[in-house]
Ligand binder design. Structure first.
Ligand SMILES: [Zn+2]
Length: 343
């Protein structure tokens, strides 16, 4: 029996709380979250969360109290700040929610909920990403089905025979309805990446995906797939894999293929992915990849910083950021159009 089975026992509650306090008010005005008044003062502490300070709004019409967590993603959590910091750190190390539940010492459902909230908070940084300059593109088909339980619990009705693992799959390109949606990666030679999970790989889908991911007029290098060749608005060149041509001088898509070699083991950790969750996983991988020069803890700090912004927190709880990056509905009139949001 180990003396310390959970890492958070080594942490100091006061240090964690003051760290959260610093992150909460760093670059944000110290004000009442209800009436935005700056006329606030200290108002004691809480016995159940050591180090958490309480404040009171001195405005006559308000007079309400608040603390460092009011309105944030961590508001109302019975778990300590150590649990949250550690869970975010493990999330950035590509741990599954079950692994996080074990290591942090919370229930599986708690950790699953936290993971999706925190992934959404991280995606707040990726909402307006668009590449420019020289961009490579490649596509991949990933098996994603109906993992998970039915809403009311128990078995989900599939409406078809179970696919069976490791069975030979249908011939031809993948499609959302065949449980093999396409993933398109756009990799800028300057380093930034955009990864989209799309329904299919038709000309229209790829055109719309490109419009979202890459600035018009950029230089595109791809393989010889016809959907890429039909792209409009870009300077386009391609290599022909069928003729065993993988690079012609500067023209190649090796970075995009390399990105997939990193994405595949990342997704394998989650042991089969549901179609509804694929955009979220892929989007969070994009976040990790775009901030790869940072350590996992620095990435976790970015996520916590976003999670402590009440405006981001309320959207993250709803899963709003994943919904906006859900490119399965690329051709439908989506309620949240990423292009409209960018304008
Ligand atoms: Zn107030």
């Amino acid at each position: 029996m180990s003396m310390v089975s959970h890492l958070h026992h080594l942490f100091n509650p006061e240090t964690c709380q003051s760290y959260i306090h610093t992150l909460r008010w760093k670059d944000r005005p110290f004000q009442c979250p209800r009436c935005q008044s700056h006329n606030v003062g200290p108002w004691g502490t809480y016995h159940y969360q050591p180090g958490l300070n309480r404040y009171r709004c001195k405005e006559q019409a308000c007079k309400r109290t608040f603390n460092d967590l009011t309105g944030t993603l961590l508001d109302g959590s019975k778990r300590s700040m150590m649990h949250w910091i550690l869970a975010t750190f493990l999330l950035c190390l590509a741990c599954s929610s079950r692994r996080i539940a074990r290591e942090v010492g919370v229930h599986v459902r708690t950790s699953y909920r936290w993971c999706w909230w925190l992934r959404n908070a991280g995606l707040a940084y990726e909402m307006h990403r668009q590449l420019e300059g020289t961009v490579e593109a490649d596509d991949l088909y990933h098996t994603a089905g109906h993992k998970g339980q039915a809403k009311q619990g128990g078995k989900k009705s599939l409406g078809r025979r179970p696919r069976g693992r490791r069975k030979k799959r249908e011939p031809g390109r993948g499609h959302y309805d065949k449980d093999r949606p396409a993933i398109i990666a756009w990799v800028s030679r300057q380093g930034a990446v955009v990864i989209q999970a799309t329904r299919d790989f038709t000309v229209q889908t790829v055109q719309k995906a490109a419009d979202l991911a890459v600035q018009a007029g950029s230089r595109l290098y791809t393989d010889s797939a016809s959907s890429y060749r039909a792209l409009k608005g870009y300077v386009h060149d391609y290599v022909n894999h069928t003729q065993k041509e993988y690079a012609r001088g500067d023209v190649h898509e090796n970075r995009a293929e390399c990105l997939f070699s990193l994405l595949k083991p990342y997704l394998r950790v989650f042991r089969g992915i549901s179609k509804t969750n694929l955009p979220g996983y892929v989007g969070f991988f994009q976040f990790l990849r775009n901030f790869r020069q940072l350590t996992a803890f620095e990435q976790a700090e970015m996520i916590l910083y976003a999670a402590l912004d009440p405006a981001i927190a309320s959207r993250a709880r709803q899963g709003d950021f994943v919904k906006c990056l859900d490119h399965f509905n690329l051709l439908q009139t989506a309620s949240c159009d990423p292009l409209a949001e960018r304008r």
